[in-house]
Design a protein around this ligand. Structure first.
Ligand code: F6R
Length: 363
C-alpha cells in the first residue's frame, strides 16, 4: 500500500521523521540513557572497529567512521563486503566487527560475518529484519525499526541505520570517557529535534523538484563533499544512478584538482553538499574552481551557507540548520529527493529500477 503516494520510495522518504523517532524511543530511556538490547557492548574493551556492508549500508558505515573517530576516538576500518571476504584481512585482538544490512540476507555481508566468527572479539549487526541470517549469526543484533522497505533504492533504512550507529558512537564515547555528561545530554537533545528538522527538509521537496527537472537533462553529474559530507556525496551519486540512470560520481572536494576537474565543463552539473560547518570555506573554494570552468553548481547548504556562497551557482537548495554532528542524517534527504524527482522527471521505474534486486542473496 503506497498510502496515497505515487511510489513506495516517496512514501518511505516521508516516513523518516516517524521511524527515526521510533529508533530514539527504542534506544533512549526517559532519562536519556542509551539502552542496547541484551548485554550491550562495553566499548572500554574495544580497541578498533571493522565495519563491513554493501551499497547504501556500506555508506552508513563510512559515515559512522567519521563519528566513531571524532566523537569516540576509536579507529574504524570500513570495507565493502565483497572485497573484505576474499582479502581475508588479519583481525587484531579487541576488534569489534559490525555488519550493517537492511535485509540481513546480503550474501557477501553474511560471508564477511562468517569470516569474522571466532576472530573478532564480538560481532554486532545493524539490521532491519530481526529474524534474518545476519541478525541470527551475530552476538548482538541492533534493530533499526524502519518497518518494511519496498522501494529497491534504500531510503528510510539508511537514515535509521545512521541514527542507530550515532547512538552506538555516543555509547562508545561514554564508555571510553571521551564525552562529558553535558556533551552527551547536548547530543541527545539534538537527536530529539531531528525528526522535526527532517519534516522541515521534506517541505523543500517542491523546490528540489524544480532543480531535478534541470538535472534530468544531464548525462553526467558530480557530487562533492568534505568531511562528514563525503560519504553523503557517495550516497547522492548512488541514489541518482540507481533510479534515474544518470551517470554520477562522488569525490572528496579536496580530490577535485587531482583529476576529476578535467571532466568539468558547461554540460556537467556539480552537486556540492556543504552545510556551514568547520570545513565550509575549503569546500566553497573547490566549488569556485568548478564555476571558473563553467560547471553548473547545485549548492546544498543551510541559510547561512547559501547567503555566503551562492553567487553564481546554477541552483541552491536550502536545508534547515541542525547540530553539526547530525548533518549526515539530514543531508540524506536532499540526496534522496533529488534522485527521486529526477527519476520521476525522466519517467524511469522508481521503485523497481532496471537490473536491480532488493535483496542480493547471491554473489
Ligand atoms: C541502494 C541499495 C543497495 C543496498 C545493498 C545492501 O539504494 O539499496 O545498495 O543498500 O544492496 O543491501 P542490504 O542493506 O540489504 O544488505
Amino acid at each position: 500500500d503506497k498510502g496515497g503516494y505515487k511510489h513506495f520510495m516517496a512514501k518511505e522518504i516521508a516516513e523518516q521523521p516517524g521511524v527515526i523517532n521510533t529508533v530514539l524511543q527504542n534506544y533512549l530511556s526517559d532519562t536519556g540513557e542509551i539502552t542496547l538490547p541484551g548485554d550491550g557492548i562495553d566499548f572500554s574493551d574495544v580497541d578498533r572497529i571493522t565495519m563491513v556492508a554493501c551499497g547504501t549500508a556500506y555508506l552508513a558505515c563510512f559515515t559512522a567512521k567519521y563519528w566513531f573517530e571524532q566523537i569516540a576516538r576509536l579507529p574504524v576500518e570500513v570495507d565493502v563486503a565483497s572485497e573484505f571476504r576474499y582479502r581475508e584481512p588479519p583481525i587484531p585482538a579487541k576488534t569489534l566487527a559490525v555488519f550493517v544490512s537492511q535485509s540481513g540476507e546480503t550474501a557477501d555481508t553474511l560471508a564477511a560475518l562468517r569470516y569474522c566468527d571466532g576472530k573478532a572479539d564480538m560481532i554486532a549487526s545493524v539490521v532491519n529484519v530481526p529474524e534474518s541470517s545476519i541478525a541470527r549469526e551475530s552476538d548482538l543484533a541492533l534493530s533499526i525499526h524502519a518497518g518494511v522497505e519496498v522501494g529497491v533504492a534504500s531510503t528510510k533504512a539508511f537514515t535509521c541505520q545512521l541514527t542507530v550507529l550515532f547512538l552506538l558512537v555516543l555509547k562508545a564515547a561514554r564508555d571510553r570517557g571521551k564525552l562529558t555528561d553535558a556533551d552527551l545530554e547536548k547530543h541527545i537533545a539534538d537527536l530529539r529535534t531531528l525528526p522535526g528538522i527532517i519534516n522541515t527538509a521534506l517541505a523543500q521537496s517542491g523546490k528540489m523538484q524544480a532543480t531535478a527537472q534541470k538535472l534530468s537533462h544531464a548525462s553526467d553529474v558530480l557530487f562533492l563533499g568534505r568531511g562528514q559530507m563525503y560519504p553523503l556525496a557517495h550516497e547522492g551519486a548512488l541514489k541518482l544512478k540507481e533510479i534515474s540512470y544518470i551517470h554520477a560520481e562522488a569525490y572528496a572536494s579536496g580530490e577535485l584538482k587531482h583529476g576529476p576537474i578535467a571532466l568539468v565543463d558547461e554540460s556537467v552539473p556539480v552537486i556540492v553538499m556543504a552545510p556551514r560547518d568547520a570545513l565550509f570555506d575549503k569546500t566553497v573554494s573547490n566549488m569556485q574552481e568548478v564555476m571558473a570552468r563553467k560547471g553548473k553548481v547545485i549548492l546544498i547548504s543551510d541559510a547561512q551557507g547559501i547567503a555566503e556562497a551562492s553567487d553564481g551557482v546554477w541552483s541552491s537548495i536550502e536545508m534547515p540548520s541542525v547540530a553539526e554532528a547530525l548533518t549526515p542524517i539530514l543531508y540524506a534527504l536532499p540526496a534522496q529527493l533529488l534522485a527521486y524527482h529526477t527519476a520521476v522527471a525522466k519517467g524511469t521505474d522508481v521503485d523497481q529500477p532496471r537490473n536491480l534486486a532488493k535483496s542480493v542473496t547471491v554473489e
